[in-house]
Design a protein around this ligand. Sequence first.
Ligand SMILES: [Zn+2]
Length: 53
Amino acid sequence: MQHIEEQDDPRVIVDRLMGQTCPFCDDRRLESEKHKGSQAVVCEGCGTPIVQL
Ligand SMILES: [Zn+2]
């Protein structure tokens, strides 16, 4: 899990996480997704939300 600075622009956070590998699946990548109206980054494999903005 990465430390997220609260003052960071959400788009910067998403950009930083996109394309990185899931810490739980190891070989699956993260993708951005709208979750209940807010932006989230989830694993494409296990669906674990890595960060919700
Ligand atoms: Zn995963």
